[in-house]
Each structure stands twice: as structure tokens, then as C-alpha cells.
Write a protein that binds this ligand. Structure first.
Ligand SMILES: Cc1cc2nc3c(=O)[nH]c(=O)nc-3n(C[C@H](O)[C@H](O)[C@H](O)COP(=O)(O)OP(=O)(O)OC[C@H]3O[C@@H](n4cnc5c(N)ncnc54)[C@H](O)[C@@H]3O)c2cc1C
Ligand code: FES
Length: 262
């Protein structure tokens, strides 16, 4: 989705996100800024339909308005000339990995990107990722395209090939980021993950996005969303993401009934 928001487009950097609200009864949801066009004053976001708000967004049409779009939020990704950087994106996380890979490439890094999805049909941004990578490796869980298996197995192959990796960025489902962080730890490869806890105000005041990093409490909205993957308590994050499952299910059911009633 392309959103007109010139002031955010002008300021935003790789790794940052927006919080939007569809209408005055809507939930505030955080979404990563995948790309921006300074001249047109637009932002590009990519979202997966997982519940009420994202389902409602998918029904929006050209020239519709959001009630609020707030941003750019969060710390930008720390981009340096690390040497060889591996950028891993899983599912809709490829949208978050793309601006990071682009910024790393622009800074002179050798960029090896690994992208993966459940199946070929839902793989996003393959061409865009190829353009900003020295090497692009693709994996699908069902083997319908590229390597048959998970992105973590592809990373293991890259490590086994003797490639000297200076840093890994891993963005995707929490279990994927956890596996990647566990994989790189014994090799001492610095690994950055982008966390996606539930966020409400996204300005560091409500505490909803509380995560534990290196045994310290951090707020992902203002301290992150990127953290050292070797320090993150992924199990706490997984449990906290499940906290509102029942309410989310109810909101989706209610929304479906309202849609059918129209
Ligand atoms: C910094 C950040 C960047 C994100 N970027 C993207 C992105 O680029 N594309 C994308 O598809 N998704 C992204 N997400 C996740 C996205 O915010 C959720 O999918 C969305 O809030 C779901 O809302 P819903 O009403 O459709 O679903 P719900 O039914 O409300 O929730 C479905 C699941 O989404 C998560 N979620 C729900 N509410 C929130 C919330 N307020 N904040 C965070 N997560 C929530 C929970 O895990 C929940 O179980 C990002 C999350 C964060 C924190
Ligand atoms: S979302 Fe409220 S403190 Fe981070």
C-alpha cells in the first residue's frame, strides 16, 4: 500500500516504522516503512492480513484516508561498512529486510540476502532484493521454489561454505529469528533482529511493547525495534504476543459479521 505522508517520507530511515489508525474506533497498529518516495511524498508499506485491522486495510480503496499516520518511529537501523552482511527476511519480514539490505549495499557492504516463505506464491520482493544484493538465496518451506527448507538451513550452508560473515540481520516470524540467533551465537556472528511485540502508544509510555534484552527491560518502540538477537528473551516475546488472542479472535468475528451484515 502506498500512503501519502510527505513529512514522514522526507525523514524516514531504514528500520523505522509508522503507527496508523483507520478510524476513531480503530486499533493503533505498527507497520514498517518499506520504501519512500521523497518527490511524491509517499511511503510504501507491506502488510499481511492477520486480524481485524489488517483485514479492514485490505478493503480500503485508492484515495481513502487513514485517521492517523504517526512516524517515523523507532531507531533507524545502524548502518556501517561492516564488510559482509547477511540479510535474512522471512514472510512479510522480507519487507522489513529490503530497506536494510538496500542501505547496507549503498554503504559498500557485500550483501548476501536470504529470503524465504511458506510457498512460492507468497514470496515477496524477490526482484527488489536481488537488485540490492550481491547474492540472493531463496528458500520455500514446501520446496515449490529455491531451496527446500528454512532460511536458517540456507544460512548454515553459507557459513559451512567458509564465507566470512561480519553481521547478520534477521527479520521474520519470532521462531525464525530465535533459530537464527541460536545458530549464529556459537560462531560469534553479531546478529540483529527486529522485534514485533504488541504496541499501543509507540512513544514509550504504555509499556505494552516490553521485551527483555540482556536481562534488562526495554521498550521496543523507543529502544528498538532492532536488538542484539543473542540477548533477546524470545520465549517472553512469544508469550506476550499471545496475550490478546481471544480478544483478537472476537474482534475479527465481529468485523466479519459487520461486513456480512452490510
Ligand atoms: C515495529 C513493528 C513493525 C511491524 N511491521 C509490520 C509490517 O511491515 N508488516 C506486517 O504485516 N506486520 C508488521 N507488524 C505486525 C503488525 O503490527 C500486526 O500484524 C498488526 O498489528 C495486526 O493487527 P490486526 O488487527 O490485523 O490483527 P490482530 O488480530 O489484532 O492481531 C494479530 C496478531 O498481530 C499482533 N498484533 C496485534 N496488535 C498489535 C499491535 N498493536 N502491535 C503489534 N503487533 C500486534 C499479535 O501478534 C497478534 O496476535 C509490525 C509490528 C511491529 C511491532
Ligand atoms: S508501545 Fe507503549 S511503550 Fe512501547
Amino acid at each position: 500500500m502506498v500512503i501519502e505522508a510527505p513529512e514522514i517520507a522526507r525523514k524516514r530511515k531504514a528500520g523505522q516504522f509508522i503507527v496508523l489508525m483507520i478510524d476513531d474506533k480503530g486499533e493503533r497498529i505498527p507497520l514498517t516503512i518499506v520504501d519512500s518516495d521523497n518527490e511524491k511524498g509517499t511511503l510504501t508499506i507491506i502488510f499481511q492480513i492477520v486480524g481485524k485491522t489488517t483485514a479492514q486495510m485490505a478493503q480500503m480503496e485508492k484515495d481513502d484516508f487513514f485517521l492517523h499516520v504517526l512516524g517515523p518511529l523507532g531507531h533507524p537501523t545502524e548502518i556501517n561498512n561492516f564488510g559482509t552482511a547477511v540479510c535474512i527476511g522471512g514472510g512479510v519480514g522480507i519487507g522489513v529486510a529490503y530497506p536494510i539490505a538496500a542501505a547496507l549495499k549503498e554503504t559498500g557492504n557485500k550483501v548476501i540476502s536470504i529470503i524465504g516463505s511458506r510457498t512460492k506464491d507468497i514470496l515477496i520482493l524477490e526482484d527488489d532484493m536481488r537488485k540490492v544484493s550481491d547474492q540472493l538465496l531463496v528458500a520455500t518451506d514446501d520446496g515449490s521454489y529455491g531451496f527446500h527448507g528454512f532460511v536458517s538451513a540456507v544460512l548454515q550452508n553459507v557459513i559451512d561454505s567458509g564465507e566470512k560473515i561480519d553481521i547478520v540481520f534477521a527479520i521474520g516470524p519470532v521462531p525464525m529469528m530465535k533459530v537464527i540467533a541460536n545458530l549464529t551465537k556459537p560462531y560469534g556472528i553479531k546478529t540483529i533482529v527486529s522485534l514485533n511485540p504488541v504496541m499501543v502508544d509507540a512513544t514509550g509510555m504504555c509499556g505494552a511493547c516490553r521485551v527483555s534484552v540482556g536481562d534488562k527491560t526495554k521498550f521496543a518502540c523507543v529502544d528498538g525495534p532492532e536488538f542484539d538477537g543473542h540477548e533477546v528473551d524470545f520465549n517472553l516475546l512469544i508469550n506476550r504476543l499471545r496475550m490478546y488472542c481471544n480478544q483478537e479472535k472476537q474482534a475479527m468475528e465481529k468485523y466479519k459479521c459487520e461486513c456480512h451484515g452490510k
